[in-house]
Design a protein around this ligand. Structure first.
Ligand SMILES: [Zn+2]
Length: 304
């Protein structure tokens, strides 16, 4: 066995209590980027064609041997239903000299270039890595935490407090008023498109209360008939977006300048630039509602 094989095996077995499984697949991260395997010439900007295949994303243990000395975490993660192979998220603590740096693609860029379906497994793995990176030490006593058992748990070795992966629930809501939808452009730098209103659920709130509060705080209006539609994990770093529709109930639109650069009511047939439905639940909420409203109007015209 080579030294790097031994390093990986000891890393897998002792430091992270996981099996060295030659059939396992690994997704490798460095800081906030996913590391792709090299193509013949990986372009600096964007993801080169050679690295677009699933094979470029999924590493195995032997392929990590050259970079084993840089691996600081191996976390077994639940690959979801229907997966044949064990899945691990691996973290490179430093960048290995054996790899060209262009192989690291920021996770957000990966999502925007490939769409949410291709991204979902990367997003899943990145949340485990983000959790590990932000919980290496115990918040109570400051001792080092270690991955336990199947990986879904970090335990303080000194005071035995357990830390589970943290998910931050958020609401995202499309407010509608018959043939109009409320869309807003964020005051965050670089926000060019219009989208739904969104915000974190606060301690003690129901998701529906958070919808009503966020809409009032950000736009100054009241809503009613708040109904859940669908959800989406949003791993930047660990949100779960709960998507809602809500009907306008009253009040004058008064966008909060700290949150929104602009907001307005848009006709369902004349939308501004919105997020792609293939990427975010916001795009799906907007597209689905507008399509439904337009079809409803067409049918009403035909019947009259
Ligand atoms: Zn502790």
């Amino acid at each position: 066995m080579t030294t790097s094989q031994e390093q990986l095996r000891s890393l897998a077995l002792s430091r992270f209590s996981v099996d060295y499984d030659p059939n396992a697949v690994l997704i490798v991260f460095y800081e906030n980027a996913v590391v792709l395997k090299a193509g013949p010439d990986v372009a600096g900007a964007g993801i080169a064609a050679e690295t677009r295949s699933p094979e470029a994303l999924l590493w195995n243990f032997p392929e990590l041997e050259d970079v084993a000395s840089c691996v600081s975490a191996l976390i077994p993660i639940d690959a979801g239903l229907g997966s044949d192979n064990a899945l691990y998220a691996a973290l490179l603590e430093s960048w290995p000299s054996a790899l060209p740096k262009t192989q690291a693609i920021p996770t957000r860029q990966f999502l925007f270039e490939r769409g949410f379906e291709a991204f979902s497994i990367v997003g899943r793995a990145s949340q485990w890595i983000n959790w590990y990176r932000s919980h290496r030490y115990c918040g109570t006593c400051g001792s080092q935490n270690m991955v336990q058992g199947s990986g879904a748990l970090l335990r303080c070795q000194a005071c035995e407090i357990d830390y589970y992966p943290r998910i931050n629930p958020c609401i995202i809501v499309l407010v509608t008023d018959k043939d109009k939808v409320l869309l807003a452009r964020s005051s965050r730098r670089g926000a060019t498109f219009f989208s739904c209103l969104a915000g974190f659920i606060e301690p003690g709130e129901t998701a529906e209360e958070a919808v009503a509060r966020e809409v009032y705080e950000e736009a100054g209006i009241q809503v009613t008939n708040i109904r859940y539609v669908k959800s989406q994990p949003w791993p930047f770093p660990s949100q779960l977006m709960l998507g809602y529709y809500a009907d306008y109930a009253g009040g004058d639109l008064n966008p909060c300048p700290e949150e929104l650069a602009e907001a307005g009511w848009f006709d369902v047939g004349a939308l501004p630039s919105i997020p792609a439905p293939s990427i975010s639940v916001a795009g799906q909420l907007i597209e689905d509602y507008c399509r439904w409203a337009i079809n409803k109007n067409l049918n009403a015209t035909r019947e009259s």
